[in-house]
Design a protein around this ligand. Structure first.
Ligand code: SAM
Length: 658
């Protein structure tokens, strides 16, 4: 990462001055909203400027997407949401995407929003899910899925160049061009055009000539309109046609489905499959979820407790950013779906067990890419207080962390009238029908049909001809269960070192886990219990000693991992066509291709979540549903590419190894 790029990954909070309860930006010396007419101004400029009243009321599509520059206090968002809830069809979804370079601190946001009691319901939902101030995309869901908000923390130009969406209406906010010239740049206008379609509209409070000309230059028909209050003029525009730019890495381009499927088969009843089913059903799609075992969560997702745990790298890599966004998303999903017996937002300690980890943690804090709301340093004494048991090492504390029962989450995810679960059904083959759609053939003769399929059965994805080429490896893991000893106080937080232990549930501790490649036995072994106790004694020696005297039980599961430790989420490529179409990569990796990628139509996959499925499956399910339904994606394009199922074919072509 270049130094410049790294700096852009550090997100500073908004420095506010308060002018009789109206927020004023210290960075830009401009007001966030007009305290007398802020609400009316938003209605005039952005809602009426984009004709949203008429468009919401007569909407026929299942979604409507608005994108904004400058989230600020979220006033525009709350105004658009209120209009949406009043006028739009109840089964449609408003997608609101916004970007913020200097996010307000939660306390400032609450104070600013207190201005608008008419929006208190929306403000409460926004404040309850407001993400930690970390660079990247954060997905929030309001009003039971009628409204989705993608908040991108970062610079507008950088963030919009990472967005994949078809925007219906733009709100160009973001302080006056004279006060914020860096944002109002031709590059921003090019991104706006890339994300627009014929008929996309745009409105902005400014009437600056260079803004009008800049937007005209990228394909908008612009007109001046009367401004709000004392402002004489504002600008409105509609997008015409523009030339589509060729993608630099066409192999990662996503299929543009003309219409969303009415029905989907999901193969696999673990976290990946249940999450995808949930995200699809919440978009009105009928789902049949197929599981070979007699209950859900029988494989890698079957442990009684899993740690909600992001191991963040010092500098945010793709994996680190994905984990950070996933932690926020899964935390709020669990809050929405689970009761106190099935999860706890008790926080998570990651202890520094050796010099190397201590240095790494120190560096992570010094480099400050992550805000304290996400992760902060604690001394050994503080760690002991948080845990409720003596701890000898310092570490990092994740407030959003905790534990979740993966089987309970799986059950809650599929508890939806549009999801039908078929257990005891093993699919042997997937066949594309000559007409649209797919048939899944069960090994017992079952035949299930749907418009699209999501493969989510971990390493067993290799049994299907279409996904056989994926490099998936099962990794054996044994977890140990032991009765909580009376002699010690209860553990109060999840503690991780080389392994993890969660606070006890139902009087039982679960801790682990072993990690063994090339071992496909599901036997529970005493020596593996011993390994788990040894690992535990590195962090909580007194607890490990006490548990060693208890009767030990356990469970074996298999994580499904990939060579780059990132999951595989997206449309399935047709391998032979990729080898033909991109063969030139073997000799020339810089060759400019103009061939769109060929995917199995309507076939998608979500596998390879390793031991981080609690973080990556729910957001991965949202990503798949967004791809399938042509909605704004919840993750930046560089991460979506890093998860793309075609990446191994492309890497191997470049290496010349296939
Ligand atoms: N739409 C907001 C609302 O409803 O409260 C008001 C927006 S305020 C007038 C402008 C916002 O744009 C500020 O929060 C500012 O930090 C943000 N901003 C300015 N330049 C930016 C940039 N280059 N990238 C992202 N956000 C930016």
């Amino acid at each position: 990462m270049s130094g410049d790029k790294q700096n852009r990954s550090r997100i500073e909070p908004a420095q506010l001055r308060w002018d009789a309860d109206t927020p004023v930006s210290g960075q830009f010396d401009d007001i966030y909203f007009n305290k007398d007419g802020g609400h009316a101004e938003t209605e005039h400029v952005f809602l009426d400027g984009n004709r949203l009243r008429e468009r919401f009321a007569s909407l026929e599509a299942p979604i409507f997407s608005i994108a904004e520059t400058g989230f600020g206090t979220g006033l525009n968002f709350l105004c658009a949401r209120a209009l949406w809830l009043k006028l739009a069809p109840a089964d449609a979804c408003l997608h609101f995407v916004s970007v913020e370079k200097y996010p307000l601190r939660p306390g400032d946001l609450a104070r600013a929003l207190a201005h608008w009691p008419e929006f208190s319901n929306g403000s409460e939902q926004l404040l309850a899910q407001y993400p930690p101030r970390a660079a990247g995309f954060h997905r929030l869901e309001l009003d039971d899925g009628r409204v989705r908000l993608t908040l991108m923390f970062g610079d507008a130009i950088d963030s919009y160049s990472q967005l994949e969406a078809r925007v219906d209406a733009w709100f160009l906010d973001g302080f006056a061009p004279a006060k914020n010239p860096d944002m109002w740049q031709p590059e921003l206008f090019s991104q706006i055009a890339r994300l627009s379609r014929p008929g996309t509209t745009l409105a902005t409070f400014t009437a600056a000539g260079f803004v009008r000309r800049g937007l005209q230059a990228v394909g908008f028909r612009m007109e001046k309109a009367p401004g709000f209050g004392r402002k004489r003029e504002m600008l409105r525009g509609a997008f015409g046609e523009s030339e589509r730019l060729l993608s630099l890495k066409p192999w990662f381009d996503l299929p543009e489905s003309a219409s969303r499927p009415a029905s989907v088969l999901v193969i696999g009843g673990g976290l990946a499959g249940c999450s995808a089913a949930h995200s699809l059903a919440r978009r009105g799609i009928r789902v049949q979820l197929i599981e070979q075992a007699d209950v859900l969560a029988s494989g890698g997702s079957g442990n009684r407790q899993g740690a909600l745990y992001a191991k963040l790298p010092v500098k945010p890599t793709h994996q680190g950013k994905f984990h950070g966004s996933g932690l926020h998303y899964s935390h709020h999903l669990a809050k929405r779906l689970l009761g106190d017996d099935d999860w706890a937002a008790c926080g998570l300690l990651q202890l520094a067990l050796n010099e190397k980890e201590l240095n790494r943690q120190q560096q992570l804090i010094d480099e400050a890419y992550y805000p304290a709301e996400l992760v902060h340093a604690v001394s050994a004494a503080e760690a002991g207080t948080l845990a409720g048991l003596p701890i000898e090492q310092s570490g990092l504390f994740f407030e959003l962390g905790g534990w979740i029962s993966p089987p309970a989450l799986c059950r809650a995810l599929v508890d939806h009238p549009l999801i039908e679960v078929h257990t005891d059904t093993r699919i042997g083959q997937l066949q594309r029908k000559t007409s649209e759609g797919w048939i899944a053939l069960g090994t017992d003769g079952t035949q299930l049909a749907a418009d699209a399929v999501v493969i989510a059965n971990a390493s067993a994805a290799q049994t299907f001809e279409q996904s056989r080429h994926l490099p998936l490896k099962p990794i054996r893991g044994q977890v140990t269960h032991a009765p909580a000893p009376d002699s010690l106080p209860d553990l109060k937080t999840v503690v991780c070192g080389d392994g993890y232990i969660a606070p006890s549930t139902g009087g039982t501790y679960a801790f682990g886990a072993t990690f063994d490649l090339r071992d496909d036995s599901s036997d529970i072994r005493n020596q593996d219990h011993q390994r788990n106790l040894d690992t535990l004694s590195g962090t909580l020696p007194a607890l490990a000693r006490a548990l060693a005297t208890e009767p030990l039980e356990g469970r074996v599961g298999f994580r499904c991992s990939t060579p780059d430790y990132l999951p595989i989420i997206g449309p399935l490529p047709v391998r032979d066509r990729f080898l033909e179409d991109y063969a030139r990569l073997r000799n020339d990796r810089k060759w400019r291709f103009d061939t769109a990628p060929t995917h199995h139509p309507g076939l998608y996959i979500s596998v390879g979540h390793g031991s981080k499925g609690l973080l990556t499956c729910p957001l991965g399910g949202e990503l798949l549903a967004a791809v399938i339904c042509a909605e704004p994606l919840p993750l930046p394009r560089d991460i979506v590419d890093a998860l793309n199922p075609a990446r191994f074919i492309i890497k191997n072509l470049i290496r010349g190894s296939i």
